[in-house]
Write a protein that binds this ligand. Sequence first.
Ligand SMILES: [Mg+2]
Length: 249
Amino acid sequence: MPEQPELVLVTDLDGTLLGGATPQRRRFYRWLAEQRQRVLHVFCTGRDLESIARVLLEDEPIGLQAPHLVIGDVGCTVACGRSLAPISLAVDPIEARWRGLPERLAPLMDGQPGLALQPVSSNRRLAYFVDPELFNPALIPLLEAEGADCVLSDNRYFDVLPAGVNKGSTLLALLEWLELDHAAVVTAGDTLNDLAMFETGLKGVMVGNAEPALVAHLPRLPSVYLARAEGCAGIAEGLRHFGFDHLWD
Ligand SMILES: [Mg+2]
């Protein structure tokens, strides 16, 4: 890990670091690999560790490399980038917040229309595929009253998380733990589960293919830049916007 990174780049995966045309992705991954000593790279994704391992394997042929660190499960997991071993110092407090919740949530979730359980390997959240046509939004305040937070994103995913845990809160805890300068951090994402990152006040890039429901929040997010380009090219565009051009020299 770079000790004094010039940039801490925190990227969502689907639609963001995995988004855009293949030639642009190749170029961006090559640049990232070349910058390993200057850029501290963090994945920040809704995927669980097994699914992250799969992506790293699948996209290795186009140059995707393991990051230095991973935030997975929409903020409920923190792991080492190379080994994907969970970092218990970061994970244990989240696990403690989740304790007892599944038992209280189960009767509320039972038989809810429009939800299909996603098989995720972590036991610090519930993840569903959602059919927005059938889903009953009145469920959300009931889950919140039991101490859970709910995130609907991309019109496809419904996550139930321990209250107060999200991509943004876990990222801020990680930055504090590593004593990293907030000014050096840029986040990037494309769907509503990235909103919590954009609400931290850290510099952020919404890539050009961001979902409209996320872009609707842009006016109240002064530290966030909306890129024209999609996926990887959008991240690069945002980094230039924030004055990190020198990293391309
Ligand atoms: Mg995404």
